[in-house]
Design a binder for this molecule. Sequence first.
Ligand SMILES: Nc1ncnc2c1ncn2[C@@H]1O[C@H](COP(=O)(O)OP(=O)(O)OP(=O)(O)O)[C@@H](O)[C@H]1O
Ligand SMILES: [Mg+2]
Length: 281
Amino acid sequence: MFLNKLKKKSIHSSSFSKLSTIDTKILIQMNNVSASYDAKNFSLKEITLSIEKGTNYAIVGQSGSGKSTLLKLINGMMNPSKGQIKVDYQTPDMNKKQFRRAMSKIGYIPQSLGLIKNISVLENVLIGALPRIGRLNSFLKKFPENEILEAKKIIQLVGLRGKENRKAYMLSGGEKRRVAIARALMQKPILLLADEIVSELDQVTAKEIMDLIADAQRRLNLTAVMVHHDMQLALKYADRVAVIKEGQKILEIGVEGDKIIDFQSGNISQKEIMELYNNES
Ligand SMILES: Nc1ncnc2c1ncn2[C@@H]1O[C@H](COP(=O)(O)OP(=O)(O)OP(=O)(O)O)[C@@H](O)[C@H]1O
Ligand SMILES: [Mg+2]
């Protein structure tokens, strides 16, 4: 019954199976990665995963399991204590100039969204263009006309037409998330990292936002790594779902046809998935 509810987007499953058989280009590779904030306790332990270009990869797990930490490692905000990470063949490290340049192609939406409250929707979205407008213009926040037009186009795309001049603090929760997505798209990213952007939203708005991201993925061949609380939503949209428990990746699952497959061990039963679903959602 649970499986019947999962309507996987055919575009995702077909593009994924093509990628895995023909084009095995990996965008993110983690090998035995452990991470600690205090050099004593490990928030992530021995994580190994591969994320292929163009896929939607979800991370699910209970509060405190290490999901946000995983995203911070991918965008170089945090360095692993052990193991190796490559993002587009580079080691993520914010302190390295070369990676900072690459960072402009990573659209990171933190759990807190990171919007500037007292400036407009348009100005928030234009922040995504800062890395490419030159140092002086960037300092003065002077944006060329073509960037302003592009930002307005993206604002329409995310369904915020007419709200360009509204201050960010005046927006609803769903609208704020749309601004954060628009700012990320303004970066012309190859990778989108989104930390629980649909948690706390009603189902209709959550679906609209997930559809928006799926559409951007199709148009831009964008790779998305998204943290979710809701296992059912994750399975509906993602090609693969990594389940994190107490810092460890305990499963890596996905929907194929009317079955859930565990890519990690290859032998998970539907009963186990149901138990997991009840535990994690
Ligand atoms: N800045 C920090 N300093 C010290 N410990 C931290 C810090 N950030 C997170 N932790 C710890 O690391 C572990 C994983 O945290 P993380 O934020 O990755 O969890 P999460 O899965 O994203 O949780 P949630 O669903 O609540 O957002 C937790 O035990 C948390 O207390
Ligand atoms: Mg988190």
